[in-house]
Design a protein around this ligand. Structure first.
Ligand code: ASP
Length: 436
């Protein structure tokens, strides 16, 4: 087996006991050489993440308020970790510097990044590994996107024997200023490091044993997913079944590196492997079902719509002119609908209807709120007869009315829109149709 990049999430680093588990996991496999930590997360459900405390300190300093109290909380957390783990390092000096820079008006990204920076320092001391500051290797371009030179810089910085710790969540702008990824972004750092060192696998250690075939709040006892392709994962994540950051899949995917989601608290569990391709046999048509409420359908009817050139473009231009992005556009001969999430619609539905009436001169245009979308996902359904039939018979038997259907040509996802009240029965019925 080749080299392994391990990213550990906040709950895996929340206290000394968790850090000891992390050290044991790393020790168990000599190939685990590249370690990407988040900042310490919540120890209990009502605890506060270090990153959130840092954002609070920054905001208080910005408003010229006294931020000592939240900062003392951070100081105590790191102080306890160093003491309980018996690590030889001057954490007090590092914390003093951060506190000083916050009072001098340091940027929000700098302040937020210190959670990962300090955790990385601590972990490298604990493991006696080389510390690499991402400021030296992860570069953003001026448009905010990752500069591909980062891969070369990382490869250089991460060469040589032994283990390396590189904190997650941040890098630097072309002027050397610290810049963070979006929240949860240590997952992205892990994937970038994996691509840079051409890892055999990117292990993403968290507090769940991977993905389940359905949300357990909707489908109790849903089975775990052991293997899923990147494409399947993307479709399910889009419907809210995310186990890690949206953008983190791309660097790994570009280099065909499998991602393995593992549980720090139950390392013996198989977890979920996200892979370029999987062996499709009859039992694995479907990898999961997911669903989300809070969509609205804009329904447009106009006689001979099919003969009117540019009709679809005009509809979408109206949607775009309101700054709205849409999800799906199922259409019939004289009908077209646009499905929009309520968050995107943001109360602009009536304005949208007015414009549609004026510009499109339709026979009918209406808004149907209260729509939920379900996604039945699996590469195994491609070119296989009967999968859609199974979905629709299951829904019919459960007494669920299908409002709208959409299946992309990729044939890996059947999207069915139902009334919000029918979301749970729909997901249960579809799940049971595929998992007896
Ligand atoms: N610490 C950062 C956050 O809370 C990044 C991460 O944990 O991945 O968002």
């Amino acid at each position: 087996m080749g080299e392994v990049v391990c990213k550990f999430g906040g709950t895996s680093l929340a206290d000394a006991g968790q850090l000891q588990k992390v050290a044991r996991i790393i020790d168990q496999n000599a190939q685990r050489r590249f370690i990407v930590p988040s900042a310490p997360g919540k120890r209990t459900s009502d605890d506060t993440k270090v990153t959130d405390l840092l954002y609070l300190c920054h905001e208080m300093a910005r408003q010229k308020m006294d931020f000592r109290e939240p900062f003392e909380n951070i100081r105590t957390r790191y102080g306890n970790l160093v003491q309980e783990l018996g690590v030889d390092m001057k954490i007090g000096d590092l914390l003093d510097e951060v506190q000083e820079r916050i009072s001098l008006g340091a940027s929000q990204d700098y302040v937020a990044s210190r959670g990962e920076f300090l955790c990385g320092k601590l972990l490298s001391a604990l493991l006696e590994a080389t510390f690499v500051d991402p400021v030296e290797a992860i570069r953003f371009r001026s448009d905010g996107r990752l500069d591909p030179v980062s891969y070369t810089l990382l490869e250089e910085r991460l060469s040589g024997p032994g283990q390396f710790v590189i904190p997650g969540f941040y890098g630097a702008t072309p002027d050397g200023e610290i810049k963070t990824f979006s929240r949860g972004g240590s997952d992205i750092t892990g994937a970038i490091v994996a691509r840079a060192v051409r890892a055999a696998v990117y292990e993403n250690w968290t507090d769940v044993s991977g993905m389940l075939m359905a949300d357990p709040r909707m489908v109790p006892n849903a089975m775990p997913v052991e293997e899923i392709t990147y494409r399947e994962m993307r479709e399910l994540a889009y419907m809210g079944a995310a186990v890690f950051h949206d953008e983190a899949m791309f660097p790994a995917m570009e280099a065909d590196i499998p991602i393995h989601i593992k549980n720090t608290n139950r390392p013996e569990d198989p977890g979920t492997r996200i892979v370029p391709r999987r062996d499709l046999n009859d039992k694995q048509w479907i990898v999961g079902v997911a669903g989300r409420p809070d969509f609205t359908m804009v329904y447009i009817e106009k006689a001979l719509m099919n003969q009117e050139r540019g009709f679809g473009r005009k509809v979408l231009e109206i949607v775009e002119s309101h700054g709205i992005s849409y999800e799906h556009t199922p259409s019939g001969i004289d009908t077209m609908s646009v499905i929009i999430s309520d968050e995107e619609l943001d109360g602009k539905g009536d304005l949208l209807l007015e414009d549609m009436k004026r510009i499109l001169e339709p026979d009918r245009v209406e808004l149907y709120p209260g729509l939920a979308l379900t996604a039945t996902v699996g590469e195994g359904m491609s070119h296989r007869i009967g999968v859609a039939a199974q979905v629709f018979s299951a829904l019919a038997e459960a007494g669920v009315n299908v409002r709208v259907i959409d299946q992309g040509a990729s044939e890996i996802n059947i999207i069915v829109g139902v009334e919000e009240a029918d979301l749970q029965p729909a997901l249960q019925a579809i799940y049971q149709a595929f998992v007896p």
